[in-house]
Ligand binder design. Sequence first.
Ligand code: GLC
Length: 424
Amino acid sequence: MTMEQQLRERAIETIRNNDQGSYTIPSAGLYPFQWNWDSCLVALGFARFDRKRAWQEIETLFKGQWANGMVPSIIFWADVDDYFPGKDVWDSRTDPATAGHSQPPVAASVVWSMLQEGIVDDKERAAVLFPKLLSYHDWYHKCRDPDGTGLVAITHPWESGRDNSPDWDDAMANIKVDEDLGDYQRKDLQHVDSDARPTKEHYDRYLTLVNFGRKCRWDPMEIYANNQFLVVDPGVQFILLRADRDLLAIAEFLGEQDAVAQIKEWIALAEQGSEGLWDGDLGGYCAKDLRTGRMSPGLSHASMLAWYAGLAGSERKEQMAKAAWGMLEGVKYGMPSWKAGTEGFEPKRYFRGPVWAIMNHMIAKGMREQGENELADRIKSDAMSLIAEHGFKEYYDPVTGEGSGGDSFSWTAAMALAWQDGKD
Ligand code: GLC
């Protein structure tokens, strides 16, 4: 067997081992339920060897969709008690029990990429999913941007999927921690070294925000109006914009004409809103704190999703590419989640430096589509080297390459499978 074949076999085995039948857990022990963007990206992996199972992964996720359209970040399918904060803390009052907020909405993009391969019953399954995808996007635009500014907010760092990014250090520092938070036991630290996870200062604030959401019964309008944390994450903004474009392609493909005008409006609004994230000095798009109006001080790997969102306009093309190459300075492996050598960079701590294969995947895909092949090649091959040398880890130190966080991680294995098949 060649090295490539071995990697493929191991990737399939990793996903199969995490497969619970109709959904896949991200990693045993650390994450024992279904996570939103994990499942969608894992479907891209399943699509390389079991297409029916790929569709099922997304269909199961949408079984947790709320009546208002939201697709939660976590669905607590299993009755296990080794995750914190668990379903009692969230208290979603839904069946199945879920978390109270969402995650980066990659679902439509994954569905479109599967549809483009066009195999027999894909169209039927996509047609069933379409109204659900539409109502998910509608929820994002209405509930996370109720004033129609073209900028969608996140109401919790967890909603970005990039929990402790320096992008919102300021916004986090402004949160007044609940006095009655009491003692709580973090379960993540039973699995991963504390140096590689968010700090207690951050956890206190994460829980304060969950408590607020629960107290207002997860009413999105109340949360938008009064939550202590309201930030525009370029990650969610760009993933949604990309997903809107892909949803439009699905609508046209399925002949869902009624939805077309609405989706086009969302796209136009988001293109315009995204201008508000541009930082000419940095040559990229940054996060913005909607409570203070302040921009984040640097570029992250989420800024590098601008190509993926279709925003690499010709007048900015060179500046953006220069900034992307700048992100690769001072590290051996790109794309670091935060620029090395700048304040906030911690090469081992989660989203403050480490490389994440899923982010590399979307970044490289966007860059390739926009003709930045050299950058795309570098970002893809760095991730593939990390995977080949260190296995399917949750994330990797960009300086030493050492893998960290959870082991045998589903979406990392899925990205390897997609890349091997030439799917950027
Ligand atoms: C962490 C990550 C999030 C991911 C989840 C499961 O919470 O921040 O992005 O979805 O783990 O992998």
